[in-house]
Write a protein that binds this ligand. Structure first.
Ligand code: UDP
Length: 374
């Protein structure tokens, strides 16, 4: 049999694909990475606007408890420690996130953990929830009705485009609930942003690897399949199979970026708009992510992004998988189809595995796959 040009074709140059390619190359494998977008890096890609690094596809803060992942990414970029403190705005009032004693103080005037627990306990009993079956019940039992109605219901229903009663409970489990004063959005030991933005990390991972952008695998599958022994496909599995078993559901987002002639617009990196009557879910002010925040704040202008939730369709990007039982079962059927019809192809990454991955999980999953198959 004629030797193929590459050992691995990696479809998708996001964090998963770039990490896998990096590891495979290190083990002496010949890799080609392709991506249909005009740039690598997937949703971590940053663009500079008027001297400010803009997280083009939504704010990304790298956070992890996984020492191997943290050590790995730090080989390619210098991470400046960053603690995300998100605010929520509802009906003109600001609240601290994630849900912690600051939030409960702002909501009810309670000043101790015992007082906060007493209020939430009362509201939970009134709601009469024993074992939560959906996101609404999960939220009511975690933080009570006031927090649910002020900070969760509107935001979640806008973001997911369906009632909280029809959403899986585990979406909300991503957010910590703390009965002490701590606005750090994440619990992880390591939290930071690469100096110079995520492109530094992505370029580091892809160094020495052939990467073709504006290159859509599905436009000429036979050509690309013939190039490599194995294929790591990080796009959606339903699209790969022409949707023959049905469509996996996602939610999409529309990002509206704007440069404003003020040095600071909202005083914080992220403000969530949790009420149903505001059409966007959050405003991001990118200069807060700069390694030198003081220098960024001294610029006379700022860049902000409004995020509008949107239905997923042919013209939009699949951002959030609707991970309910039906969709997960459909995804499993596609993987089964893949094992039968495309045995040289592995479906992986955030989209290929239909998972709501944080960046560290994308990296750790790629490291794991590279150990298993390279
Ligand atoms: N969430 C909420 N209110 C907020 C922020 C988050 O109800 O102000 C809920 C919402 O259901 C969301 C989930 O928590 O889908 C996870 O939020 P996270 O900030 O992790 O979302 P991401 O940053 O990934 O969009």
């Amino acid at each position: 049999m004629k030797r193929k040009e590459y050992n691995y074709l990696i479809v998708g140059a996001g964090l998963f694909g770039a990490t896998f390619a990096c590891m495979a190359r290190r083990r002496g494998k010949r890799c080609l990475v392709i991506d249909k977008r005009p740039h690598p890096g997937g949703n971590t890609w940053c663009e500079e606007a008027d001297g400010i690094i803009v997280h083009r596809y939504g704010p990304h803060i790298f956070h992890t408890n996984d020492e191997e992942v943290w050590e790995f990414v730090n080989r390619f970029a210098t991470f400046t420690p960053y603690t995300l403190n998100t605010l929520a705005c509802s009906k003109g009032k600001l609240y601290s996130l994630p849900f912690n004693l600051h939030t409960f103080y702002q909501m009810w005037g309670v000043t101790t953990p015992a007082e906060a627990r007493a209020v939430i306990g009362r509201q939970r009993r009134e709601a009469g929830i024993a074992a939560p079956r959906n996101l609404e019940e999960q939220a009511l039992s975690l933080v009570g009705r006031d927090v649910y109605e002020t900070l969760i219901k509107g935001y979640t229903e806008k973001q997911w485009g369906r009632p909280c009663r029809e959403l899986p409970a585990d979406i909300i489990k991503r957010l910590p609930v703390r009965f002490y004063f701590d606005n750090n959005y994440f619990n992880d030991r390591h939290q930071g942003i690469p100096d110079g933005g995520y492109n530094v990390l992505v370029h580091g991972l892809l160094e020495g690897i052939e990467c073709r952008t504006r290159c859509n695998y599905l436009d000429d599958r036979a050509h690309f399949d013939a190039l490599a022994d194995r294929i790591v496909y990080t796009g959606p599995a339903d699209e790969y199979f022409g949707f023959r078993l049905g469509r996996l559901e996602y939610r999409s987002l529309r990002f509206v970026h704007e440069t404003l002639p003020v040095s600071c617009y909202q005083g914080n990196a992220i403000v969530n708009y949790t009420a149903a009557d505001v059409p966007y879910t959050r405003i991001v002010e990118h200069k807060f992510f700069a390694a030198d925040r003081a220098a960024a704040l001294s610029l006379p202008h700022t860049v902000v992004t409004r995020e509008y939730p949107a239905p997923f369709g042919p013209a939009s990007e699949p951002y959030y998988p609707v991970g309910d039982a039906e969709n997960r079962a459909l995804h499993a059927s596609y993987l089964e189809l893949g094992r039968r019809l495309a045995p040289r192809t592995v479906f992986a990454g955030r989209l290929g595995s239909y998972q709501y991955y944080d960046m560290d999980r994308a990296v750790s999953a790629a490291l794991k796959l590279s150990k298993e198959c390279v």
